[in-house]
Ligand binder design. Sequence first.
Ligand code: GLP
Length: 244
Amino acid sequence: MNQIQIFSAPNAAAVGKIAAEMIVAAVNAKRDAVLGLATGSTPLPLYGELVKAYRAGEVSFRGIRTVNLDEYVGLSETHEQSYRYFMNENLFKQIDIDLSNTFVPNGTAADSAAACDAYEARIEALGGIDLQLLGIGLNGHIGFNEPADTFSKRTHVVELTESTREANKRFFASIDNVPTQAITMGIGTIFAAKKLVLVCTGEKKAEILKRSLTGDVDPRVPASILQFHPDVTVFADEAALKLI
Ligand code: GLP
């Protein structure tokens, strides 16, 4: 089992700060790095810090390429709840990244399976992911890899679980508006990244964080695969770490 590095901070804002320091250092060390990015509420303070660092002249994203973990099937990039829209608004438009170097799975492709293959090919053409940022779902999902009998391999279409749709309905008018499917990098895709960085905040994540980092490595807790990866850093607040 590999040693997972865990950094604790007092609250979500502080987690964003220390995680951003690592990303800024990675970008400054490799100007054309491929960053795997994540959506959800947890990375928002981190993205805010990256914008701050850019405005302060501490970092440039001009040569950086990004690939996002996932996207809802059926939501176009102008839909306010699409992950492409989220990334554009919360990060890309506020930094000097070239938008044509940013990639998110295509949720509106007529052929979703072909879109998944194209996404894998894209990641390969970029030379693989240097650093993959992750959040974690309440059921241990990473990207949209839901609990399953086996670990998924590559980018694929998933049926979202009711618990995930329930957790994400806060962003939609009602649960009926939450898409039922998503395209997500597979566990194999995520695992192939050279470095994994997990951000996790809030007491309601404490139980699943503990199971993921210290329990059995089990596809029913997708994030538990992190225990087998050689380079994992976790940034979490005290509330999320209270059981570890
Ligand atoms: C979504 C995303 C995940 C994210 C998770 C947790 O379902 N697909 O990538 O990690 O939710 O989100 P939050 O950070 O809002 O708790």
